[in-house]
Design a protein around this ligand. Structure first.
Ligand SMILES: Cc1cc2nc3c(=O)[nH]c(=O)nc-3n(C[C@H](O)[C@H](O)[C@H](O)COP(=O)(O)OP(=O)(O)OC[C@H]3O[C@@H](n4cnc5c(N)ncnc54)[C@H](O)[C@@H]3O)c2cc1C
Length: 482
């Protein structure tokens, strides 16, 4: 049975997509120094699932093909847990540093598919267009990413009130489809994906219906422009010096639509603010997408906890009671994420024939982890001290006759040689303090919405009735009866 591998994924990338970086168009993202190693990491995702030794665990049959289990629509708790194991295993090679890996949107789209009856209630034709799109991208195991947030401009103004018409909007429509212009912010991984899903998750004001859109286009679709941020991969001097930036820089790009024509078969919401919001919150899509993100984060926290311990071992601080205390606390916090993932699965609910994670435990995890991540990083930086800076300038220092001797003389540990000390500390800096690491802190703080947004989701989904009943149950009787 056919399984998509890294070569098949790569073969689709040199397709004329319009990616712009440092003032220049990119001829081929799979060979460009700003993107090629991230492409290789995503290719590895597909190679891992195609490996016969992993196929049963990571993929399942859809028609003539086997595709990643992130595309599966779970019918019970056991199936939800089974697809979680597949997602966690696929996250291990990148230690959770690829946020928008192919399993992220696959999981998001399953949430929309589970909620299809809700979308049929708005517009049956658009809902069927989505269902057909889902079947197509799933059968081909395509790498889909998304832009659902408006570009940050003046937050005090609505989409139509901005100084320029910056937000992606409907320009016109005819019997063939729609025309869209404007931008959406930060298509993470869009540069190296196959498809971009566009959505509208922010509320749309009455009179601004032209901003209420959802559609999908191939990344190379005419009129789509990807404006890449600075590439940390390109800035990384070597894998030795920047083991994470050099390999797992998934990129973030502003996605600009320059009079893009989208056929009706790929339009899922057009001009209906209620449908645009329901696509995320009326269906389980938002819960599913962030559930995948928590599984990935669980792997990342495990990695960072392991890294913290290794730094303490190499520095000989591991037996200091206070250091053990810090490590114990980090391990507890990493375990809390695991516990929340298991909890949201155990407390899941049926939506039609399908089983989805608990929304209130998911939003609890979102709220707590977006606060936790920067604290977690700072706690490990505190453990690491100056060792993550007291480092050779580059891998060249490790072999040069001018420097090698001095590196050996100064990079000292009781348990590892100079080379392993340097490699571990450079890994720690790339995870905790480099520009790439700092982007990751911003990512974990914002990928699922700003904190005030998650607090609102928590308010919306917590069982306040049960909490109130407890309060009422122990409230003393009134002092004055009646
Ligand atoms: C690294 C990274 C990758 C991303 N990838 C994607 C992606 O793949 N796809 C995508 O669609 N989006 C992506 N995003 C965008 C992300 O969804 C948004 O950053 C997030 O929703 C917050 O919106 P914002 O950036 O406009 O921040 P804002 O909404 O401007 O919030 C910033 C801060 O302003 C204050 N604030 C603003 N409004 C209010 C308010 N009403 N009440 C209280 N306080 C307020 C708060 O302090 C808040 O923390 C990414 C973001 C980052 C940082």
């Amino acid at each position: 049975m056919r399984v998509r591998d890294g070569a098949a994924y790569r073969a689709g990338l040199n397709d004329g997509r319009r990616v712009l970086i440092d003032g220049e168009p990119v001829a081929d993202v799979s060979t460009h120094p700003a993107f090629r190693n991230a492409v290789a990491s995503f290719a590895r995702f597909y190679d891992q699932q195609a490996d016969p030794a992993n196929r049963e665990r990571l993929t399942f049959a859809v028609g003539e093909a086997r595709v990643h289990k992130a595309w599966s629509l779970p019918r019970n708790h056991a199936e939800l847990v089974d697809r979680r194991h597949a997602i966690a295993e696929s996250s291990a090679p990148h230690c959770g540093f690829l946020g928008r890996s192919p399993d992220h949107l696959a999981t998001t789209l399953t949430g929309m598919m589970i909620g299809l009856p809700v979308m049929r209630g708005f517009d049956p034709a658009r809902a069927e267009a989505f269902a057909a799109y889902f079947e197509e991208v799933r059968a081909r195991d395509l790498f889909v990413t998304y832009v659902i947030q408006n570009p940050q401009a003046n937050k005090a103004r609505s989409a139509s009130e901005q100084a320029r018409d910056v937000v992606a909007h409907l320009v016109s429509q005819d019997s063939q489809g729609i025309v869209v212009s404007g931008a959406k912010m930060l298509g993470t991984s869009s540069v190296m994906a196959d498809e971009i899903l566009v959505g509208t998750i922010q509320p749309v004001r009455p009179g601004e219906e032209r901003y209420a859109l959802s559609f999908a286009v191939p990344v190379n679709h005419p009129g789509v422009r990807l404006l890449s941020r600075r590439s940390y991969e390109q800035a990384a001097s070597s894998v030795y010096d920047y083991p994470l930036s050099s390999r797992f820089d998934e990129n973030d790009a502003v996605v600009f639509f320059d009079e893009v024509r989208v056929p009706w078969e790929r339009v899922f919401v057009c001009g209906d603010p209620a449908a645009a919001g329901a696509q995320w919150h009326g269906t389980p899509a938002h819960v599913m997408q962030n559930y995948q993100a928590q599984i990935r984060l669980m792997v990342k926290m495990r990695f960072l906890t392991g890294l913290a311990r290794r730094v303490a071992e190499i520095n000989g601080t591991i037996d200091i009671p206070q250091v053990k205390g810090v490590l114990g606390r980090l391990a507890a916090q990493a375990s809390m994420v695991e516990g929340l993932v298991a909890g949201m699965e155990a407390e899941g609910r049926m939506v039609g024939e399908h089983y989805v994670p608990s929304a209130h435990l998911l939003y609890a995890a979102q709220t707590l982890t977006q606060e936790l991540y920067p604290q977690f990083v700072m706690a490990i930086r505190d453990l690491a001290g100056g060792g993550v800076i007291m480092l050779p300038s580059s891998v060249a220092d490790m072999t040069s006759p001018h420097t090698r001797h001095y590196v050996e003389a100064t990079q000292v540990s009781s348990i590892v040689d100079a080379d392993e000390r340097v490699r571990t500390m450079k890994l720690a800096w790339d995870a905790l303090g480099s520009e790439y690491a700092s982007r990751h802190t911003q990512y974990e703080m914002f990928y699922g919405g700003a904190s005030y947004v998650n607090h609102a989701h928590m308010m919306r989904t917590f069982d306040w009735g049960a909490a109130r009943a407890l309060v009422d149950g122990v409230l003393p009787p009134p002092a004055v009866p009646g």
